[in-house]
Every structure is written in C-alpha cells, then in structure tokens.
Design a protein around this ligand. Structure first.
Ligand SMILES: O=c1ccn([C@@H]2O[C@H](COP(=O)(O)OP(=O)(O)O[C@H]3O[C@H](CO)[C@@H](O)[C@H](O)[C@H]3O)[C@@H](O)[C@H]2O)c(=O)[nH]1
Ligand SMILES: [Mn+2]
Length: 352
C-alpha cells in the first residue's frame, strides 16, 4: 500500500451517489501515487459496497460511532448526523498521510499538493468553517494516522458532552484546537437556502477553487433540477460538475442500480452490471478491505470531462443582477424642504 491515501466515509446508503462521484473525480484529477479508500459502516448494504469497490482501491468496514450528544445535533438542525463520529477511524488507517473528503464534496482540480504538506502526529490541516471561521470545517481534512491520537478520539467520542455540535466537527475542533489553516479554496462551502454566499469573493477566486462542499441537508443527488434544489445561483457550475460526472459513469441500468442501492434496497447486482463480482464476503473483521475490481467500461475512459480549472460561468441573469447599472442608481434622497431651497446670494466671511 502506498503511503498516501484519499479517503471518504459512507455511513448510510443514501450518500452512495456522493461517494461514487467523489471517487470518480479523485481518480480522474489525481496523478499522485496514492490509494483511494472509503470507510463504510456495517449498515451499508452489500450492493452499495460492490459499487464502491469499482471505484475505490479499498472498501474498509468500520464500526459506527453513535453520538452521545444528540441534543446538540438538534441545535445544528441535523439530527440525521448521528454517526459522523465514525470519521474517527481515519486515524487508524495504515497510511502515513490521509486527505479526507466528505461524500458531498466535489473536487474541481487536483488536490495532490496536499500530500506535500508537512504533518506531525496529531496535526490537522483544514479550512475555516464559513459559519464560524475560528473553527475548521471537517469536510476536508489532511491528517496523519496515529495510534495515540486515535485512542484519544475514540475515548472522547464515547463521552457525553465531547461534541458541541453532536457531530465530528464539534469533537475534532475540541481535540485539535491548534489546527493549521488550509486555504478556503480547498473546501468552499455552500448551503441550500443560505442567505450569505459572498459572491464577489467566489468570482474573484473562481480559478483557484479546488473543491466545493455542499454542506447542509440538501445534497446534489437528491434533485437533478438545480432550480428546485434551493442552492444559491453561484453553486450552479459545481452542481453541474457533480451531475456531469454522475452521468458520465452511471446511465441507464447502472444509474438505476446506484439509486436502488442508495435507497437502501439491497439486491444482488444483476449479471453484466458488474463484470467481476466481489466474491470475498465481508466477515467480522472490521478492517477488512476489498480489492478494487475493474469493469469493461472502465478500461477506456468515456468521460468528456477534461481535468483542470473549472470555468465558472455564472449565468447571465446573475451577472446582470450584480452589475452596477447607472440607470438603476437611485437619485440622492431629498428632504421635503430641499425642494424649496433658495440658492444663497450673499456670503459672510465666517461662513467661508
Ligand atoms: O447519512 C449520512 C450522513 C453522513 N454521512 C457521511 O458523513 C459526512 C458528513 O455529513 P454531511 O451531511 O456531509 O455533513 P455537512 O452538511 O457537511 O455538515 C458539517 O457538520 C458535520 C457534523 O459535524 C460534519 O461531519 C461535516 O464535515 C460538516 O461540513 C457525509 O459527507 C458522508 O461522508 C453518510 O455517509 N451518511
Ligand atoms: Mn459534508
């Protein structure tokens, strides 16, 4: 196994499309010698794991870690995130450096530079959270697996009151208060129904964005129609990039297989959908890995997508909405008495 790995996490079938698209994009954009790893919890179905094994080098089974701070998840407005503490198992992976990405992240440029960062045991690199920038967002992390840090995280996760948001982000920000800051370009967060998106900054930095993160309960795979998804308009190119990758690799019966698996229906994938089947049964050992298997359609890259800088083409209406238009500039406000103002005809020296 190489020393470096990209990793993600799947604790429910419902995030399967996200994990698949993330894996496909990492494989396409990365040229570093590294492994692609997905941690899956035991409630993830066999068909989801089979689909993951097409993309990821290792599908690693881990036990779920359930939050002891469920009330804090209600404060966050995300009671569905009861098991994101399962992310702690990242620190137990057999790699010297791990670049972790949430399943709802869409990379738009290579992230390989992150493997060049100097990192000691217990160090964490992350980008600020857009909601509270003194804390880091735990959707993109660079970390060094380390036994003592892993033990500490597992011990803390078992305690009530250890996560102020009930999820991993609240726990990790408490355990790693001296985190090192990554550029926001590695984890540009945007949320459906968000009131504040700082559009000028996004446009000014468009060519530097490396990964976009669809935080919040609405995810791109839940609706193909951007108009109905509730994201701000500036998310549109990233949303389109997500669907472009999905459509490139999953269409017809294969798309149906992904959505069936993501709905939690565990069916044997039909002959022909997977050219090789995962014959190793997942046993009791939690750190069992499945080897990657290759399909016919993987041999020739069918994607029309060219890696590189994603062109941010904000829709015309959006540009117009933000353009300074002289016609739209309101005349200076006048007080009622200004209308009757009589120009001065004489000035006295003290007025000058
Ligand atoms: O049903 C689920 C829920 C979560 N996940 C995994 O856990 C990650 C975190 O959940 P997500 O919905 O992405 O959380 P965010 O909306 O991104 O919310 C923030 O808050 C979470 C809780 O602290 C952190 O895990 C996130 O990194 C942080 O961005 C997902 O991307 C998946 O990898 C699943 O597989 N299935
Ligand atoms: Mn996320």
């Amino acid at each position: 196994m190489s020393a470096n790995a990209y990793a993600t996490l799947l604790t429910s079938d419902s995030y399967l499309p996200g994990a698949l698209v993330l894996g496909r994009r990492l494989a396409l954009l990365s040229s570093a010698p590294c492994s692609l790893v997905v941690l899956v919890s035991d409630n993830v179905s066999k068909s989801s794991r089979q689909l993951l094994a097409e993309v990821y080098d290792s599908v690693v089974l881990v036990p779920r870690i359930i939050s002891k701070d469920i009330p804090n998840l209600h404060l966050l407005g995300r009671p569905d995130l009861e098991d994101t503490l399962t992310k702690c198992h990242l620190w137990n992976l057999p790699f010297s450096k791990v670049v972790y990405l949430d399943a709802d992240v869409v990379p738009v440029q290579s992230l390989d530079l992150l493997f060049e960062e100097e990192l000691g045991p217990g160090d964490v690199l992350a980008a600020p959270d857009s909601g509270w920038p003194d804390y880091f967002n735990s959707g993109v992390l660079v970390l060094k697996p380390h036994a003592a840090t892993y033990d500490e995280l597992i011990n803390e996760a078992a305690k009530e009151g250890s996560s102020f948001d009930g999820g991993d982000q609240g726990l990790f920000n408490t355990v790693f208060p001296d985190w090192n800051r990554l550029s926001f370009c590695y984890n540009v967060t945007q949320q459906a129904s968000s009131q504040y998106e700082y559009l000028p900054a996004l446009l000014a930095n468009a060519s530097k964005v490396r990964a976009f993160h669809f935080i919040g309960s609405q995810k791109p795979w839940e609706s193909r129609a951007f108009e109905t998804c509730g994201y701000p308009d500036s998310s549109r190119p990233f949303y389109a990039a997500w669907w472009d990758t999905f459509d490139t690799h999953y269409f017809g019966e294969r798309a149906a297989a992904v959505f069936t698996a993501s709905s939690g229906v565990d069916t044997e994938l039909p002959e022909g959908l997977l050219t090789t089947t995962v014959d190793k049964t997942l046993g009791e050992a939690w750190n069992l890995s499945l080897d990657k298997h290759v399909n016919e359609w993987d041999r020739e890259e069918t994607s029309g997508y060219t890696p590189g800088v994603l062109e941010l083409n904000p829709p015309k209406e959006l540009v117009e909405a933000y353009e300074v238009n002289d016609d739209k500039v309101e005349p200076e406000k006048q007080f009622p008495w200004d209308a009757h103002k009589v120009p001065a005809t004489r000035y006295f020296p003290e007025d000058r």
